[in-house]
Every structure is written in C-alpha cells, then in structure tokens.
Write a protein that binds this ligand. Structure first.
Ligand code: ACO
Length: 429
C-alpha cells in the first residue's frame, strides 16, 4: 500500500527525511528539520509570488484553472449566474449554504437596512480634491468607516461582526455611487430601498430629476450577474491582502480598505480599465497585428489576457461575453467590440499566446459593457470592489474561525551585505 509521505534525501549530508503529505501538499515547516549542522536554521521553501504555496485551507471557492471550472461552495458559476442573484450569492459565500426563503428575506432586509451612510461621511467625501479618482475615494472612505463604528474592533463578538458584514455589503454601493457623483459634480442620491441591490446602485449613480428612478431590467440584471462573477476568486491578490492584514486582527473596515488598495492595481482589478485604454489605443482592426507583435516582443502586455490560475478560457469571461451582447441590444453596440472580438480571435490562434495558455480573462469584456452603460472608466474597478466585498468578508470570517490562524509573516532569503561598521559621512568615498 502506498504511503502518504514524501521521502527527501539531502545530498549535502546523505540524510533522509520522511515528510507527511496531505491533500497533495507538504507543510513547509516540516522542511525546517532538514539541516546541515545543529546550528543551521533549517531549510525553507522559496516562492516569491506564492505561485505554488497554499496559504490557508478554505471551503469557499474552488477553481480548476486547467479545465476552466469555478465553484462557489460547490455550485458552478454558470448555474449561479443563470439562476441566482448577487445578494443570494453573497449569503452563500458568507454562510456556506443557499438561504431558505425566510433567511433570504431577512438577509435582504438586513442589507437594505444598512445602505444609508452617516451624514459626516458625506462631508468627509466632500473633502477630496475635485479630480480625485473614485477608487481612491472608495479606499479612503471605507478605511474611515472604522472611525464611525469603533465597536467593529470586537471581531470575535459574533453579533457585532455580523453587523459590520451587513454594513460593508450594504454601504459599498452607496460610497461608490457618491464617489461617482462627486467626480461628475452632481448631488448625491440617497438609497432607494424599494429597489434591488443593483437597481438601487443604478439609482444612486444615475437618478436626476425623476421622482422615482426605474432601472432598465436588462442593465440591472447584467450588473447583478457581473457582481456574481466577481464575488470571489479564492486567494487572489486582494483576498490575500484581506487575509494578511486581517491576520493582525484589525476591524474589517481597515482590512477591506487594504483589499481595495490591492484591487486598484492594473494587474488585478484595474485590468478592465486598462483593456479599454488598450482597445482605444489600437483604434482599428487593421492595427491589431502590429500591436500584438509589440506585445510579443515584450514591450507591454495585452490587457485582459492571461491569468495566474486559469490556463484555459476563464469561465467568467464566457458569461461576460454573452452579457455584452444582451446589453448592447439595449445600449447600442460599443464601437470597440469589433476590435475586441478580432483581437481575441487572433490571440487564440497565435502560437505565442497558445503556448503560454493566455486566454481572455473576466476583465476583457466587462469594461466594454460598463462603458456602454455610461460608466466612466474610473468606475470600473469600483464596481469590481463592490462585488468582491462579499468574497473578501467570507474569506476574512473563515480566517478568523480557522484554528491554524496566525499573524501573517512570511520569511525571506537575505541577500544583502554582511555585517559592517558604520562610516561617518566625511570619511565615506
Ligand atoms: N500579454 C502578453 N504576454 C503575457 C501576458 C499578456 N497579457 N500575460 C502573460 N504573458 C507572458 C509573460 O510575458 C510570460 O512570458 P515568458 O514566459 O516568455 O516570460 C508568460 O506569459 C507567463 O507570464 P507570467 O507573468 O509568469 O504569468 P502570471 O501568471 O504571473 O501573470 C497576469 C498573470 C498578471 C494576469 C498576466 O497574465 C498579466 O499581466 N495579464 C494582463 C493583465 C490582466 O489582464 N490582469 C487581470 C487578471 S484577472 C483579474 O485580476 C480579475
């Protein structure tokens, strides 16, 4: 019978070690016993971007990157996108099961109950410079929420923790929409709790003089599906930031602000904004081959292609492509769509991209949809942040309940100068 262990022979000493294997994984700390001499610190593993290191055990999201599979708590993303809605998915991520009717109704009520923000937050937001990026405003304002709810520090009090989860999921769209209204110099619109989560978000974004805002059902549904697709994605950069910062046990507003900061970068949530800029730069279909050539020469990367985990078509990208067509029926076709479709077609046939398994990711088409809905590019990542909040919080909660939890503290391989003596400034060369 095979043994669930790994035998390692250290050729420096000739010594052999037997290390337990669980879930096809060894514990890095088991390597520490491998030493050349008694005083030796012991062996470590080196994995700069954690590309082959599991940082936690999780029951939330499963991804098979080779087969293009994404499951939330076991449910395929395709089924959820078709039959569920964002708030139900948020519940599923946070509590592990789909809610009963009564639990769902209570959940929706609890979220709706927390959509308003303190009037001082509005004043606080007024202090941002006139041209502040909405993502920067979101990041700053979410961090500042911790000062409005000091009890949020009680992260091991189950009831108080629940309230902060409700507040974050409920208030993110309000803060996001206020950031947008501030950017365009329009008055803030208060939440309308008769509307759905996404319907209300559209209301706060776009309501003008009408007495009651009526969201277009196709647009409302499209945003809801996009929110579901973006709700969680296991240990990505922003979720790792949430867990890493959360591991020092701050309140969830501070940890979420850190996750928002991580999401801001163009290699993560900023990618759909970058995709749109790229498509605008390409300008016309005939310029695509030249652009691809430059990307292959390493001048830049094709935005919206490639993924650390997916080495086949991102399952979310397939759904987004479908939504794009539905939205364009209402809004009219985005003129950049033809360039995007042609770019995708060429890339999928090009040896460079095929060999490296670079397929369109979720961000490739989402920017086109948002633009057609009249959203400025600076809001794209903000929408991603609203959606991902459920995932960040589910992962944060799981981390707090994990018996193996410790403050996040990676090791390093020191390659700097050896110990040397300080030289006074006038004696330096
Ligand atoms: N365009 C051109 N070449 C690429 C691209 C790209 N978009 N992505 C990867 N490559 C190439 C790299 O140059 C490298 O080539 P090499 O082996 O000849 O050196 C090879 O493919 C592997 O690249 P890595 O950087 O090792 O891949 P990694 O898994 O670290 O990167 C990432 C993943 C960051 C997403 C990358 O593909 C990328 O930069 N894509 C563009 C930005 C983007 O769309 N980000 C959104 C990701 S999805 C999300 O966050 C929701």
């Amino acid at each position: 019978m095979s043994k669930e262990t790994l035998t390692i022979t250290d050729n420096r000493t000739g010594q052999t070690y037997e290390i337990p294997v669980n879930n096809d994984t060894i514990q890095a700390i088991d390597l520490r016993q491998i030493k050349v001499s008694e005083g030796d610190f012991g062996m470590m593993s080196y994995d700069p971007a954690y590309s082959n290191t599991a940082s936690c055990k999780s029951t939330i999201t499963f991804i098979d990157g080779d087969k293009g599979i994404l499951l939330y708590r076991g449910y395929p993303i395709e089924q959820l996108a078709k039959r569920s809605n964002y708030l139900e998915v948020a519940y599923l991520l946070l509590y592990g099961e789909l809610p009963s009717k009564s639990k769902y109704d209570k959940w929706v009520h609890d979220i709706t109950h927390h959509t308003f923000i303190h009037e001082n937050i509005k004043k606080f937001m007024d202090g941002f410079r006139y041209d502040a990026h909405p993502m920067g405003m979101l990041l700053g304002t979410v961090g500042a929420l911790s000062t409005f709810y000091p009890e949020a520090k009680e992260i091991f009090d189950t009831r108080l923790r629940e309230i902060q989860l409700h507040r974050l999921i409920a208030k993110l769209p309000t803060i996001a929409a206020f950031s947008y209204r501030r950017t365009v110099g329009q008055p803030y619109v208060y939440p309308d709790n008769d509307l759905s989560y996404t319907g209300n978000f559209l209301n706060m974004m776009f309501k003008m003089t009408e007495l009651k805002y009526k969201p277009d059902p196709v647009i409302e549904k499209a945003i809801d599906v996009l929110f579901m697709l973006h709700a969680d994605h296991e240990q990505n950069c922003s979720t790792s930031a949430m867990r890493s910062v959360g591991s020092s046990l701050p309140d969830p507003f501070s940890a979420t602000a850190a996750a928002i900061a991580a999401l801001y970068g163009p290699l993560h949530g900023g990618a759909n904004e970058a995709v749109l800029n790229m498509l605008q730069q390409i300008e016309s279909k005939d310029k695509i081959p030249e652009y691809i050539k430059r990307a292959k020469e390493g001048e830049f990367r094709l935005m919206g292609f490639g993924h650390r985990v997916y080495k086949s078509y991102d399952p979310r990208a397939k759904i987004v492509k479908q939504i794009a067509h539905e939205v364009f029926e209402v809004t009219g076709k985005n003129p950049l769509l033809d360039i995007a479709l042609e770019l995708e077609r060429i890339v999928l046939e090009d040896e460079y991209f095929v060999k490296r398994k670079l397929y369109p990711n979720v961000d490739f088409y989402s920017g086109l949809i948002y633009q057609s809905m009249g959203l400025p590019t600076s809001m794209f990542t903000v929408l991603f942040a609203i959606a991902r909040t459920a995932g960040w919080l589910a992962q944060w909660k799981e981390m707090l309940q994990d018996e193996e939890r410790k403050i996040s503290r990676p090791r390093q391989i020191y390659v700097g100068p050896e110990k040397r003596d300080y030289i006074p400034i006038d004696e330096r060369a």
